[in-house]
Design a protein around this ligand. Sequence first.
Ligand code: HEM
Length: 167
Amino acid sequence: MTHSKPLMLAAALALMAVAAAAPPAAIAQDTPAPTEAAKPGDPGATPMSDQAVFEAFHGKAGIQRIAEAAIDRSVADPRIAEVFKGIDIAKLKTHLAQQLCYVLGGGCAYTGRDMASSHKDLGVNMAEMNALVENLQWAMDKEGVPFRAQNKLLAKLAPMKKDVVTR
Ligand code: HEM
């Protein structure tokens, strides 16, 4: 495989944000506020069935590390830091880790909101979307996730762009 990273990025197009502030070896299952409890949001994609991909992410612990690293880098990224001002970062990390774990077939429950509801007031544009994808790729590289497995996840997240990018 000789795909270049920029090519991969272009191909994958879209993606995202967030991750978890909890126990290092497990995806936290937070308790939603009573009003949210009855209607957890749609995680935005169906789970993949290939367990080899989940394993390539080093399971729940690896996914947790990736979600946290991607968010930490995004919060400190001058291109998009402004979008995260005033946000509950711990909760965001938890929900991102849950979502990635769900999509990667790890059997996690997603307790956050759906992608359209949670991003509608953020005013995210395409350049900001790409910055977030780069930060996610950086986090996956750091975790040692092989390129092919990275792209499987990015392909699942890419269609969420329509709910995340609003301007
Ligand atoms: C496909 C791409 C993306 C995915 C999969 C994604 C995933 C998520 C998830 C799971 C949440 C938690 C929702 C909740 O807590 O109810 C969230 C919230 C958030 N995302 Fe994204 N995200 C994406 C793109 C982006 C981008 C591009 C940005 C900014 C550059 C961003 C910034 C945020 C912020 C600030 C929140 C917190 C909103 C709040 O708590 O009110 N996201 N995202």
